[in-house]
Design a protein around this ligand. Structure first.
Ligand SMILES: [Zn+2]
Length: 598
């Protein structure tokens, strides 16, 4: 469809972007393709950024400088207060329900989805990503379309199969700048850098800082790395599109939540987000935007072909109007604790939270979401309308509780055998899908225990977990953590009791792998083999499972089989798992030196 064109600068100066109904691809007319640089600041609250009203005490000069140069979105909403679903939505332009990667660790972004990186690569971009947390390792699917995906991480906790590997922001940025230095200046680059320092634990606590000050220090550390990137991008001297945004915020005690993921209040879903682009005049945008808007906006900005089946829109071509809403969800309550998952529907003025005890807030009068306007659970007016919309979303994409069963297709015979051994029951976690609001003690105790464990205070962590589990005996996350800590401290029998309970309720590849490792340590190789098969069904791309399968084969003197498993693991993951695989491959005896077992 042919439409009249105006230069984008004119659109902005006339305020026409706001009401234009005609989608434009303004920068298609730029003389050169702009670089696209995206920085995702993990766990970063909106109100700690200088240009979001914290100017006097700003610790974010680099973010503030970009803010001043572009669009600051004042009503930007995260699709989920959880890292993988948020990043999967940024990369796909789809809500978690549609793209399916609804929680960390248990889900992958499907190969069938075309990502921002794939589309930019197809348009001639060099695509590079540098991430800092295990939940974004390439096996979880957000690596699709990247020529180079650097997920080099360091194991930072004491568990046998822990998931807390991460990389300091400075190391991630070192790698990103080295990679960027190798990209020809004549080729446009899509560079994504993910910085994770602001995620708990906050190192400053060890130096006696308060939790809030320690958190602010981490935010400042990430910002200092953003500054280094700005300098490197300036030196490339190309037109550049910048996106800088949080994947989600951090509660810092609001609503009784210490970190993020349990609730969908604004502390964690109302995020900082900015866009700097050639020809786009600096402004503050008061309309509603979501992480799902990044893909369509970027593709339009650089003149790349758009994609079908998106939940987002090009925010430079139009704005959401008063009655329009965006959705957020969190699957963490269900997958970690057996509590009800939550959905929130909001516009700039109001928010509805679908929960066993539903909530409706007037965000203008009550930005802290302290006064629930739903009385006695009775939904009226807008709350009632929005509850119907949430029902529609759940109906269209399925319930979070059923999502995992829909995604993995375990071998039915194996499932039966495992159930008969008491490993899997398929039941839920026995907390009766309690409202997360009624379980804040469980969750805060658990998250504190995770932090204690991650800094090596195993005994203190175990003590806290005992307290949590005495009140909530079936809480999956607490049981799993206790199992890992007990296993790491040599208490295999106690660890196995916990992990059996975990797998009976909600098995994943990590938890079944731990059960297999414990079976091995307790000299039950047959059980271990069965469990490893199951772990492979749950996640065929789990490098840790392949490593243990290799170890098992080696114990049985099947050197060639072991080598094959190690090589598979290496092919899947050249970094963290790859290091383990390489180490084992180097130590393998030659097959001639051992009798063949076949
Ligand atoms: Zn995150």
């Amino acid at each position: 469809m042919k439409r009249p064109h105006l230069p984008i600068a004119l659109f902005v100066s006339l305020g026409l972007v706001a009401c234009s109904k005609t989608p434009e691809t303004p920068t298609a007319r730029l003389a050169t393709q702009p670089d696209v640089v995206m920085v995702t600041l993990d766990t970063t609250r909106r109100d700690v950024m200088g240009c979001y009203g914290n100017a006097a005490a700003s610790r974010t000069p680099a973010f503030d400088a970009l803010c001043a140069a572009g669009l600051r979105f004042d009503q930007a909403v995260a699709v989920a207060p959880v890292t993988l679903p948020a990043h999967a939505s940024i990369m796909s332009g789809q809500y978690p329900g549609r793209h399916g990667a609804r929680y960390n660790g248990l889900f992958q972004l499907s190969e069938g989805i075309t990502t921002l990186a794939e589309q930019l690569k197809a348009s001639g971009y060099r695509t590079e990503a540098y991430v800092s947390a295990m939940v974004l390792e390439h096996r979880f699917g957000v690596a699709q379309g990247f020529d180079h995906y650097d997920d080099t991480l360091k194991q930072s906790d004491s568990g046998l199969s822990g998931s807390n590997a991460e990389r300091a922001s400075v190391a991630t940025m070192d790698a990103a700048l080295a990679g960027l230095g190798k990209v020809d200046r004549k080729q446009p680059v899509f560079l994504w850098v993910h910085l994770f320092d602001a995620h708990a634990p906050y190192v400053g606590i060890r130096d006696g800082l308060s939790e809030r000050d320690a958190y602010l220090q981490e935010v400042a550390t990430d910002d200092a790395q953003l500054q280094r990137l700005q300098q490197a991008i300036e030196a490339r001297a190309r037109p550049t599109v910048w996106w800088v945004l949080a994947d989600h915020g951090e509660s810092l005690g609001e609503h009784g939540e210490r970190t993020h993921g349990l609730f969908v209040y604004d502390a964690t879903v109302h995020i900082p987000m900015l866009l700097v682009a050639p020809g786009v005049a600096p402004a503050v945008r008061a309309d509603l935007v979501s992480q799902v808007d990044i893909l369509p906006t970027t593709l339009a900005l650089v003149g790349a072909p758009g994609l079908p089946n998106l939940d987002g829109r090009d925010v430079l071509a139009g704005q959401r109007q008063g009655t329009e809403t965006v959705i957020s969800e969190t699957a963490l309550p269900w997958f970690d604790f057996g509590l009800a998952p939550l959905y929130a529907l909001r516009n700039p003025g109001h928010k509805y939270i679908a929960a066993p005890k539903p909530e409706f807030f007037d965000l203008g009068a009550d930005p802290g979401e302290a006064s629930n306007l739903v009385v006695d659970g009775k939904l009226t007016g807008q709350a009632a309308d929005w509850s119907v919309q949430v029902d529609g979303y759940v109906l269209e994409f399925g319930e979070i509780e059923a999502a995992k069963a829909a995604q993995h297709s375990a071998n039915a015979a194996d499932l039966e055998r495992l159930k008969s051994l008491g490993y899997l029951s398929g039941s839920d976690m026995g907390l009766g899908r309690m409202d997360p609001k009624d379980a804040v003690d469980l969750v805060s105790g658990h998250s504190k225990a995770v932090e204690l464990a991650s800094v090596g205070q195993t005994d203190a962590a175990l003590l806290l977990l005992d307290q949590v589990l005495s009140r909530f005996p079936t809480a999956r996350g607490a049981l799993f953590l206790r199992a890992r800590l007990l296993a790491a401290s040599g208490q295999y029998v106690a660890a196995e009791a916990d992990i059996k309970q975990v797998n009976a309720a909600q098995p994943d590849a990590d938890s079944v792998l731990l059960a297999a490792q414990l079976s091995l340590l307790l000299k039950r190789a047959d059980d271990a083999r069965l469990l490893l098969d199951q772990a492979r069904h749950l996640d065929p791309n789990h490098g840790g499972v392949l490593i243990v399968l290799g170890d098992l084969a080696l114990q049985a003197k099947q050197v060639d089989v072991a080598r094959d498993y190690y090589e598979q693991a290496l092919a899947l993951d050249s970094m963290r798992i790859g290091r383990q695989a390489r180490m084992r491959l180097a130590r393998l005896p030659t097959s001639a030196s051992l009798p063949k077992s076949e």
